[in-house]
Write a protein that binds this ligand. Structure first.
Ligand SMILES: *Cc1c(COP(=O)(O)O)cnc(C)c1O
Length: 394
């Protein structure tokens, strides 16, 4: 295969060679069951203990506060359903935002069917949470406030510390889906002040199928899987040790690479500038309060899917909407929540960069998109022609 440009790291990341390396002992020597008392089991148990301590330390938690799960979606489900089902009588309200990942939104829909009231807080035109609306919605009936730390489509970073304070001021719990944030920006559960936080390995260099949920010490929420006492008896099932060890390694590497963030941010800004120089385009999300690698731009008069196809042919992997919703014809709920007109929402492209991307790649993406947009607009019956300065939409 020719050398492709991978710019879809918000969908998933390639598995890091160092992660594969770190996982190998779990297949070759430490393949035992961590619950077994004998030496074979204890070799595995040691790796498990070490991995849990590492994951905890890297988000400012204690080892006993980390629960390994099978993915970010599982962590989100557990946090939200667990909090809802364990809430005191009379607390049957969940507050979340309109721009959450489907793992949060669909979980909330399920709870609505069970009789819970769910309030979906809006965002401004840059995709930033309306804290006043949250403050007005929070009351002594609220069990949980669930707001994502960073958005997967437009990269906006939310004021979680403030949201958690509002939750606690009414006696509710605070949960944040930090799947996109962990590995991209520093994340500290104490600084954020949240009671629960979810993360997922495959967004930062592990294979798909490993996640974790931070549950603050002393917090009682319903157990997820009844079983053999693993994960302090709260999520049974023999541990997926190779992936757990891989997750710890990937998080270590991500933290080591944080100094590289400035370079990624510069690439991101170059890409934003290059793409928004195309007429009839618009940056989605905030320019400043955004993940270092996220670029999301809408182009008028054309479809995201068509652009994506052409990019793919030209060897570039990107995304339109989110990977989970891009198979449907519905416009992105995130872009709609920012007030973007439906036509513009259909013409969006997301590029998510990592430490592996280079300036040459960014130049190639800008050149490719510029060419594709021109080509597609030339065929579009909607396109009014090159803009004069008066009708230039920005
Ligand atoms: C990817 C993602 C998830 C789901 O994680 P999985 O491990 O794929 O289940 C949840 N929330 C956000 C914000 C995500 O980007």
């Amino acid at each position: 295969m020719e050398k492709r440009i991978y710019a879809d790291n918000a969908a998933t990341t390639p598995v890091l060679p160092e992660v594969v390396e770190a996982m190998l002992p779990c297949f070759n020597t430490a393949w035992g069951n961590p619950s077994s008392m004998h030496a074979d089991g204890q070799a595995a148990a040691e790796l498990l203990t070490e991995a849990r301590a590492t994951v905890a330390r890297l988000i400012g938690a204690q080892a006993g506060e980390i629960y390994f799960t099978s993915c970010g979606s599982e962590s989100d489900n557990w946090a939200i359903k667990g909090a809802a089902h364990s809430a005191k009588q009379g607390r049957n309200k969940i507050i979340t935002s309109k721009i959450e990942h489907p793992a949060v939104l669909q979980t909330c829909k399920t709870l609505e069917k069970e009789g819970f009231e769910v309030v979906y807080i809006g965002v401004d035109s840059q995709g930033i949470l309306d804290l006043e609306e949250l403050r007005a919605a929070a009351d002594d009936k609220t069990a949980l406030v669930a707001i994502m730390l960073a958005n997967n489509e437009i990269g906006t970073i939310q004021p979680i510390k403030e949201a958690a304070e509002i939750a606690h001021s009414v006696g509710a719990l605070a949960f944040t889906d930090a799947v996109q944030a962990v590995g991209s920006i520093p994340v500290d559960v104490k600084e954020l002040g949240v009671d629960m936080l979810s993360l997922s390995g495959h967004k930062l260099g592990t294979p798909k199928g490993i996640g974790a949920l931070y549950i603050r010490k002393g917090l009682r929420i319903r157990n997820l899987i009844d079983g053999g006492g693993q994960e302090s008896g709260r999520r049974g099932g023999t541990e997926n040790l190779p992936y757990i060890v891989g997750l710890a390694k990937a998080m270590e590497i991500a933290v080591e690479r944080l100094p590289d963030t400035e370079r990624i941010r510069a690439l991101r800004n170059k890409l934003i500038d290059g793409l928004t120089a195309i007429p009839y385009s618009k940056l989605n999300g905030s320019r400043e309060t955004r993940l270092p690698g996220n670029v999301n731009v809408s182009f008028e008069f054309i479809e995201g899917e068509s652009m994506l196809l052409w990019l793919d042919i030209m060897g570039i992997s990107a995304s339109t909407g989110s990977a989970c919703s891009s198979k449907s014809l519905e416009p992105s709920h995130v872009l709609v929540a920012t007030g973007l007109p439906i036509e513009m929402a259909h013409g969006s492209l997301r590029f998510s960069l990592s430490h592996m991307n280079t300036e040459e790649e960014v130049d190639a993406i800008i050149a490719a998109v510029t060419e594709i947009v021109a080509k597609l607009r030339a065929m579009s019956p909607l396109y009014p022609g090159a803009p004069d300065n008066t009708v230039f939409v920005k």
